[in-house]
Structures are given as C-alpha cells and as structure tokens.
Ligand binder design. Sequence first.
Ligand code: F6P
Length: 366
Amino acid sequence: GVRVGVLTSGGDSPGMNAAVRAVVRTTIAAGGEAYAVHEGWAGAVAGAGLLRPLDWDDVSGVLHRGGTVLGTARCPEFQTRDGLRAAARHLVGAGIDRLVVVGGDGSLRGAEELRQEWPGLLQELVAAGELSAPTAAAHPRLLVAGLVGSIDNDMAGTEMTIGADTALHRICDALDALRSTAASHQRTFVVEVMGRHCGYLALMAAVAGGADAVLVPEVPPAEGWQDLLVRRLTASRAAGLRDLIVIVAEGAVDRQGRRITSAEVGALLTERLGGEGSRVTILGHVQRGGRPSAYDRWMPTLLGHAAACEVLRDEDRPSVVVGVRGNRVAVTPLPEAVADVNAVRDATRRGDFAVARVARGRSFGS
Ligand code: F6P
C-alpha cells in the first residue's frame, strides 16, 4: 500500500492529536501505511529513528489529550538548503512521498517549499551518492496536504484553525475567574492574550467574556485612545460596574505601529482610575495547553480524514490547505492561502489597516 507520513510542527495546539488520529486511521482503512515523523520538521531533518510506522492502536486514547503526541518543534534549520536536503533524504529513505503536515503558516510554507524543491533535492542527493537513482526515480514528486494547527486563527484557507476554539474556552474560564476578584475589590483587570499578530482570540474573548474594552492589532486605536479608555471605564464605574476587564492582544499596536503592552495599559489605568488601581494578568501558555474542546476534536477529525484522502490521490499539484469554510471542509491551494496571508501582513506593515481588514475578511470569510 501507499505510505503516508504525518507530522505536527511549530507551536502545539489542542486538537492536533485528533487530526493525527484521523490521518492514521483513514490511511490504514484505505489499505495504506501510516508513518509518524516525530518532533515536526526537526524530526525529518534529523532522521535517526524519528520516522516510525504507526498502527491503528497507536492513536488510541489520544483524542482527548492536549498538545501533540508526535512531538513538535520550531526548526530554523529546515529553512536552509541543507535542512531541506536532509529532510528529503530521510523521508525518501523511509519510503515517504505523501505527507500531511499539521502546523501554522510557517510550517506550511516550509511544506510547499519542500514540495517545490523535491525533484532538485533528490537529484542533488543522487549526485552526492547519498541516494540511489532507482530510489529517487520511485519518488518523483511529493504530495502534501496541510492542516492549520495554531491557537491564533491567523491563517487563510480556513475560518478556524485547530486549537483556537479551545484557547478561547481557556481564556473565557480565566475571565470568569478574574471577575469575582475584580468585583470584590472594584478593580480593573487588564488581561493579555496570545495570538501573535492576529486579534482573533482577543476580540472573540471580549465578545464571549463581556469585556469593557479590547485592543487588537487589526484596529489600532486613534491618537488619544488613552483618554477615551479612561473616560469610558470611569463612566462604567460611575454606573455601578464593579468588575471591569480590558483585553489586550499580545500583538496590539497603535497607528504608528508601536506596540501597546498590557503593562502600559495597566500602569495607565492605575494612575488615572484611582481606587485600588488595576492588575495585569498575562495568560500565557495556559491558553495553549490542556484538553481540546469538543469542536477541536470533531473538526480536526473531519479535516484529518479529508487531508489523508487528498494525499492518497495521485494527482501532482501544489500543496493544499484543508480547512473549514461555511461550516464545510474546504480545500485551497497552499500558495493561494499564503498569498492571502501575505496580503494581510503587507497591508498591516504599510499601516493600511482598512485594506488589511478587507484582505483578512476575504481570506478568512469572516
Ligand atoms: O502561535 C502560537 C503562539 O502561542 C502565539 O500565540 C505566541 O505568540 C507564540 O506561539 C508563543 O511562542 P512560544 O511557545 O515559542 O513561546
């Protein structure tokens, strides 16, 4: 049967295990063989026992577990020619030329690069005597399907990344917990949430947790935002609200592109609101850990199944992202998804926030 490799790469996210399990079981059910590449792209680069077959039972009991049982890593070496060549050598050595990659935009960009460079890399390996010509000829191309695993929800080609829903639940739990202590002391809490350059977690947590204000990278506040924020919170306090919460995305910026930190917002509110001042809580990696939500179990299961089906076909084409659009499984060419994400990033860097928002809306369908 055909052999399908599966790896998780970049920052872990809850639900990656459900995806891996579905890839493994779909492959085996189709008569193929599933292989794990442990520790993400770093495992492909290092070889040496990190590429191992997976049986049906190897992915039992992982559905409810957070993180990734395959291990993951951030791997700068994979971005070099030597790293790519080593990865190609180890994959071919294990008979793998079909891959499902679960990771963020960086990991998926790497996947497309490896796919594009594959024939050249194999030629180089043959020329260097590190690979036999018949083995290279037996693996003329690499088929790749990507699943977006990241709590940040910052990738085009899907409306929801694997893990974002669970992270939101984690943030909501924290907000609920902070409310009781905030209300007791009539304090304002500034809560910093993850998301890198994407404000999804901050914005949705603000809506779901009933925050009084939120700062996100996509909508940098106008000059004088400090006064506006203080005015609003003062008015809320005067109206009798005892528990005030301000959410700051870790990537929040002002219109000049300068970072707005939670510490800065906390200091501002302590100075200007009076009373017992404010407290800053940086939620950090608890947002990324722990058991996946129900959504982050069934959604990656459907996507993992679809991704395995994609690479089990023999069609030679660019890598695809298998994601969710309009509550349906949707397949997008990876180069297209990357171009969409780049458009958002470039517009943001130019300070063209209106364009950035439109680009994000177009690529994320939201
Ligand atoms: O991309 C996921 C993420 O958790 C971001 O939200 C955060 O900025 C980053 O990873 C943290 O990276 P690390 O785990 O390497 O500290």
